[in-house]
Design a protein around this ligand. Sequence first.
Ligand SMILES: C[S@@+](CC[C@H](N)C(=O)[O-])C[C@H]1O[C@@H](n2cnc3c(N)ncnc32)[C@H](O)[C@@H]1O
Length: 332
Amino acid sequence: MTFITSFRQIFKKKTPSCKKAKTADSVMSSSQVVIRSVATDSSGSSRNGYQFKFEDGRRFHANDEISYFLPNDDDETDRVHQQHWILRYALQCNYHAPVTEMLEEGINVLDSGCGPATWVFEMGETYQRSTFHGVDAACVFPEDIKPANVELVIGNVAKNIPYPDENFHYVHQRLLFLGLSQSDWDGALKEIYRVLKPGGYIELVEPDLLDLHNVGPLLKKLQDTLSSIVIEKDMPTKVGSQFVDLLEKTGYVNIVLKIIPLKLNHTNKAGDLLWDDYHHGTINMRTVLAKVNHEWEDEDLFKEFVNNCGVEAKTNETCINYYVCYAQKPLE
Ligand SMILES: C[S@@+](CC[C@H](N)C(=O)[O-])C[C@H]1O[C@@H](n2cnc3c(N)ncnc32)[C@H](O)[C@@H]1O
């Protein structure tokens, strides 16, 4: 059994909620193993000092310098984990930059904002001569079991990626559009530039979630509510369309941008899977969205609304554009 196979199987098992756990580790019986060592006491502080806060029954990070506003409890962590497999299926790959040969030979790679580190783990398993590092603002990744070529650390990628200059051949960053303000994007791209070796590659992947294609009135209402939160936090609403300018401004060269439309709840299995993730992610954002649109404080009403959004997406053949962009730090 490969590490990834065992990790997939392990991850299917539910861990006790960190909120409820009294001990530092979620320990399971016999052949089962500890899979999450981030557990909190009732004050929300974890074994390693990392702080969480609880609102409306969901767990969030408690770092004032981080703009990310999605929860980071077990259910959301499971969703982000599963989202990786869905995106790999829909995009038919884990990366787009021309780094395959380098990965096979052995390079140093960073995943910026790695979440539960699913991309890092799978890449680490696939390219065993390379070394993979993941950095995330929240301690949502497994700390104790990981492949020998994987290291995971906590850090704010917009302020300081905790690695020396010119350390990585390739930096990958995906799905941080609800985490970085406009100035955070500038900071993160500068930090990535600093830690990249000359000639090293950056790859950015973000969906255009706030500008869906063939959007109907229900999804538009959801999109507008989310947009108002994003704007209030000074985050870009269409960061994918800014990629080329942002990368050029920071000094990157050889920029390649691909826009890939993915189907939402229609046409094929990828469409169905993408809807599963969109549905789950939206349900997990309810308490945040309800602060703007109070009718969604009613959980049942919101669930019905989101289900109707799914029917609308199918009828209208709604699509989400994924922006994939890679570039290089100049050699000189
Ligand atoms: C939707 S998850 C994506 C995880 C992973 N990149 C993936 O594609 O599976 C977004 C992650 O970005 C992290 N994040 C948000 N702002 C961050 C920041 N300023 N520095 C580091 N991580 C950040 C969050 O904690 C969260 O784990």
